[in-house]
Design a protein around this ligand. Structure first.
Ligand code: XMP
Length: 185
């Protein structure tokens, strides 16, 4: 285990079993229909790459990158750094994939934006769900695990850009995020 990690919440075996379960649900939902997995960068890249390899039906892959500005405020404003081309959105069935659903602002805003740009359907799939932190009314269509209100890292999730490469999900030691003023989002 990494020295900055307090404890492991989900190990590699549990993660892969959880992804198998959700991949089956996704496969049932989209069998016989065209769809595109839209991975929210950077955090969901590890999850999305494992998830798509457990889905045995045709799919396309696209990426979106958004970052919140005024972090810690109630504004929920998002800067859209990178968005799929119109041809990848318009008239398409999209499955938006993110690492963690926290306040819900990021996904709520991205779903609105994709619909505004002409998506036929937008569903969401999250690796982790922290319902205790929800600030807007938002539920993911698919989720792998629910987590308590802890700061978690690993398996794509970072703090100040680090820990994404840990193969498990762990709770970060309090002193690690208290000693740093920078934000991980
Ligand atoms: P909202 O609040 O809009 O934010 O649902 C989702 C984004 O916030 C980040 N986030 C975390 N990142 N450990 C992380 O590494 C956490 O515990 C955590 N909680 C929220 C993440 O970037 C996510 O996409």
């Amino acid at each position: 285990m990494h020295e900055d990690v307090e404890r492991i919440l989900f190990n590699e075996e549990q993660i892969l079993a959880g992804i198998d379960r959700v991949a089956e649900e996704v496969t049932r939902t989209y069998r016989g229909r065209d769809f595109t997995v839209v991975s929210v960068l950077k955090g969901s890249c590890v999850f999305a790459s494992d998830l798509i390899r457990r889905i045995p039906i045709p799919l396309e892959l696209a990426f979106v990158s958004a970052s919140s500005y005024g972090a810690g405020t109630e504004s929920g404003d998002l800067a859209l750094n990178f968005f799929p081309a119109e041809s990848e959105i318009s008239g398409r069935n999209l499955l938006l994939v993110d690492d963690i659903l926290d306040t819900g602002r990021t996904l709520a805003r991205l779903v609105d934006e994709l619909r505004r740009r002409g998506a036929a359907e937008v569903r969401t799939c999250v690796f982790l769900d922290k319902p205790a932190r929800r600030a807007v009314d938002f539920r993911a269509d698919f989720r792998v695990f629910e987590v308590a209100d802890l700061f978690v890292v690993g398996y794509g999730l970072d703090f100040a850009g680090r820990y994404r490469n840990l193969p498990f999900v762990g709770a970060l030691k309090k002193e690690c995020y208290e000693r740093s003023a920078s934000t991980a989002r």
